[in-house]
Unconditional design. Sequence first.
Length: 322
Amino acid sequence: MQLIIQCYRFREMLVAFMRRELRQRYVGSVLGRAWPFLQPMLMLGVYYFVFTNLFNLKLPSDFAMRLGAVLLEGGAALGDGAAAIEPAARAALEKEAESLGGTFNVLLLCAGLLPWLMTAEFVVRSVGIVIENGGLVKKVRFPSELLPISLLASYLFNLLVLTVIFCAITWSFTPFQSNLWWMFFPVALLHGIFILGIAYILATINVFVRDVQQLVPLVINIWFFMTPIVYIREQLVASSSMRSLTVIFDWNPMAHLVEIYRWILIFPEEIRYTLGENGEQVFITTATIWKEIGIFAAIAFGVFFVGYKTFMAQKHKFADEI
């Protein structure tokens, strides 16, 4: 509650800091304000080319096969999936699914990368936020706890704009349209609370141990491969040799967050399913998604509480350490 009051009292300063952050990141560049949107798009293209062409990583097209069957049958329920389709229709389905599968691979990658790129860039950038603003932090009455919030606001704004562009293109040119898109707003808010807690923890430690700023990018790279972005969790469950690794991802908050983003942005209800521990198909209902959001909310607020308390407990020492 105290933080909310501070945000309201210093709301004009927060807006000014956010504008300053957006200006300084691309000052002197020719494209200017277009870079916050061009940079993630270029990164999406690089990741897609590297992982799907050089490494030949293809996400399963089972979801697209299911949707192809639904489209061919005029929207009827598919039941047991592609195996239940009559042989006469299978050739047409496979042709349809091949095209849909390629499109869906791109969408799965984009829906996972957009929140991840925002998370990675914000966490790396926020580690040194206190030291970078040492002149302000040394002022006795300056609320330094607002620095990560002003930084987060600019990144959340970019995520919102990029997601709107992504959804507009997806919904205009593909059949992958979710009816749960409105869940994006509470999920993005929880996402922000989660990484804000991480920012408070890392920014505090970095004031006393400067090695943290060098270590965090390495940890972020490891975290990337532990999160199902260039692959999906179902691939691990379907493989008996890799199934034991799902334990790692089940305890990874970002893995759950990426799946939630995918479910609410690009998964039509007809293909919204996952694989259980024994490989059986389990359909993802709206109630299931709310349950996942509730679990992530508990984690997000827990991380935020620990981070904020740590930051405030050490705040009085910052001026002496900088």
